[in-house]
Design a protein around this ligand. Structure first.
Ligand SMILES: [Zn+2]
Length: 330
């Protein structure tokens, strides 16, 4: 998906509030913005897009008519070449952001903006800031120049120093509705039937839906079907599924994580019921129907525990076997 300053889909109320703030400042009904914001929430739900969009709202030279790519400001923000909008991000996924990066940023943020509106810095994956880098960042938060707006974006805000968090206005992003993910995919040219399926498999994360290919989706279905077979006692081939899940984990293919999402949708379906379950995959509704939500939830917790045990280097075969035996014996 290409980046722009277009308004992201979803998160309606929160984005509307931000828009009001930007309008109030532009129309001089208010003259002060929060100088630091923290956009926190799960990966793939549009936090960074929202940061770009909001930067556009603050800098766009044709506020009333620009659809996000009409004016030079918006185009440059999207391209990362706007003189007043700086994006700081790790060089590659998993890389850290260092104190030198923050010092450079602070120097830049002390310069008056060249065009109307604030000088903006967006820090992407802010949890990648090393502790030293975070301490340096505190300086900017404690004595920000009047024209500076700092936007921290983080999928793991708990990794930020409490002193950083407390100086930022917190905007908490939740998961997207499947319907919003579907609209996002269609807006990016995905064919409608596949868009609907990918949206349901996305767990509320448009970013993940985009990464899912039809092959990935089919691969996910294989593991869900095997799990349901064991669940329903139609199949006792636990060892086979243990090996499959262990291999999937090694290869980064959908495995336990997909099972957990599936299970949570069953929990949802057990509450809502299939007759009113608009937007819930019929199969999930069927699988969750007539089951006790508490039982379903307990099973979800067991899957989550298994994921945690594996993250802590538990023996994959033992952990997975124990999980699946529990499923069968319910
Ligand atoms: Zn614009």
């Amino acid at each position: 998906m290409t980046l722009s300053t277009e308004k992201p889909l979803g998160h309606g109320a929160m984005l509307a509030r931000l828009e009001d703030t930007a309008a109030a400042v532009a129309e001089q009904r208010a003259h002060r913005l929060a100088h630091a914001m923290l956009l926190a929430g799960p990966a793939g739900v549009g936090k960074y897009r929202s940061a770009l969009w909001w930067s556009g709202r603050l800098k766009c030279s044709q506020r009333d008519t620009c659809a996000g790519e009409t004016c030079r400001d918006c185009r440059q923000i999207a391209a990362g070449s706007h003189p007043d909008v700086t994006v700081l991000a790790p060089a590659a996924e998993g890389d850290a952001l260092y104190i030198e990066n923050v010092r450079d940023l602070i120097r830049l943020m002390s310069l008056r903006p060249i065009r109307p509106g604030p000088r903006i810095a967006i820090v992407r994956d802010a949890e990648a800031l090393t502790p030293q880098a975070q301490s340096a960042m505190l300086k900017l938060l404690e004595e920000p120049p009047g024209f500076a707006v700092l936007i921290l974006v983080s999928g793991n805000a708990a990794a930020l120093l409490p002193t950083i968090r407390s100086r930022c206005q917190l905007l908490r992003f939740g998961l997207l509705e499947a319907e919003d993910v579907r609209r996002i995919l269609e807006a990016h040219g995905q064919e409608p039937v596949l868009a609907a399926r990918l949206a349901r498999a996305s767990g509320g994360r448009a970013g993940r839906a985009v990464a899912l290919t039809p092959e990935g989706l089919a691969d996910r279905d294989v593991i869900l079907a095997a799990y349901e077979d064991i669940h329903a006692g139609r199949k006792s081939a636990i060892d086979e599924l243990v090996l499959d899940l262990a291999a999937r984990r090694k290869e980064g293919r959908p495995g336990l994580e997909a099972l957990l999402e599936w299970q949570m949708r069953k929990v949802e379906a057990s509450f809502v019921g299939s007759s009113t379950s608009e937007g819930i995959d019929a199969r999930e509704a069927e699988a969750g129907e007539d089951e006790d939500p508490a039982d379903l939830l307990q099973e979800a917790v067991r899957i989550a525990w298994a994921m945690r045990a594996l993250d802590r280097n538990g023996n994959p075969k033992l952990v997975l076997r124990e999980l699946l035996l529990g499923v069968r014996d319910r």
